[in-house]
Design a protein around this ligand. Structure first.
Ligand code: C2E
Ligand code: MG
Ligand code: MG
Ligand code: MG
Length: 285
């Protein structure tokens, strides 16, 4: 599968980043070393419930600071990791790091937060994806009910029978499933009916400038209504202002995530944020 897509993917990547071969070679080398040395870290960003004002969960977002390359955005290195296959060991490292932080959150008095992990399509499509994720959870003594998996439309559009089987099994195991960047993929909506999904995350491109453009509002409003008719909950990502927040609340959006409430932070800073949030929102309901 990777091979078949390889040529395209590479040229897309190459054009996008304007990288020469020498730089790609450095990236490849540094990523391999980085995975071995666990140079990758995670930041977390809260998702806030608009009806209770509680923090429902946190999204894990990978970060990479490298001595040769400096800070590299996941928008740059995740595509390369997928192209090179490094995404498999990297994903396993990410899930391991998340499990570690979940234990830490439990010890710190936050046992009920749902932690979401971005799952690469390539990892999801491995025949042993379920086995791979379960092994890591068991090793860390973490239950699937604490975890939400974010997959993109693109990931689940491929390979229907296998995808349904995996999603159904993940649900049985207790994972929640979210469709990330909703609205940016090849949106045949039929999969929403067939697949056992819990959340739609509306892509931030729809949220940006939402207060100024009636057509963006119409799209977001329609997504929320449709999702609710299908018993799905909606998360709006990239919410940066109180105006966006109020508009989404009036449309009945369930959760919001964005700089307006909190930028992604390392785990210790998130724990501080959560403690302050709890005090400030006590008795809010
Ligand atoms: P995503 O999963 O859609 O994550 C949301 C992105 O929006 C994150 O960028 C987050 O930092 C950013 N963001 C959050 N709030 C706001 C806001 O109010 N305004 C704006 N402008 N941006 C906001 P980030 O962390 O750079 O990640 C980019 C993408 O890289 C992610 O998009 C995801 O597709 C991928 N990614 C990140 N971490 C992982 C990971 O652990 N595994 C995999 N496979 N992919 C990851
Ligand atoms: Mg995500
Ligand atoms: Mg997203
Ligand atoms: Mg994205």
């Amino acid at each position: 599968y990777a091979k078949q897509k390889g040529a395209n993917h590479f040229s897309f990547y190459f054009d996008e980043l304007n990288m020469n071969k020498a730089k790609l070679l450095i990236l490849d080398n540094e990523m391999r070393k980085g995975i071995d040395n666990k140079q990758f870290t995670l930041m977390y960003q809260p998702k806030v419930c608009l009806t209770t004002n509680q923090v429902m969960g946190l999204e894990a977002l990978i970060r990479w600071e490298n001595e040769k390359l400096g800070y590299v955005s996941p928008n740059e290195f995740i595509p390369y990791a997928e192209e090179s296959g490094l995404i498999i060991p990297l994903s396993e490292l990410i899930i391991d790091l998340v499990c570690n932080d979940i234990s830490y959150l439990h010890q710190s008095g936050f046992p009920n937060l749902q932690i979401s992990i971005n799952i690469s399509g390539l990892h999801f499509q491995q025949y042993n994806f379920l086995q791979s994720i379960q092994t890591i959870l068991e090793r860390n003594n973490i239950s699937a009910k604490n975890l939400e998996l974010e997959v993109t439309e693109r990931t689940i559009m491929n390979n229907d029978a296998d995808t349904i089987r995996k999603l159904v099994r993940l649900k049985q195991l207790g994972f929640k499933i979210a469709i990330d960047d909703f609205g940016t993929g090849y949106s045949s909506l039929s999969y929403l009916v067939r697949f056992p999904i819990d959340f739609l995350k509306i892509d931030k491109s729809f949220i940006q400038h939402i207060t100024a453009f009636a057509d963006k509002q119409a799209v977001v409003d329609a997504i929320i209504q449709m999702a609710h008719r299908l018993n799905l909950q909606v998360v709006a990502e990239g919410v940066e202002s109180i105006q966006q927040c109020n508009l989404l609340k009036n449309m009945g959006c369930d959760y919001i995530q964005g700089y307006y409430f909190c930028k992604p932070k390392r785990i210790d800073d998130i724990i501080d944020f959560l403690k302050i949030w709890e005090i400030e929102h006590q008795g809010w309901m």
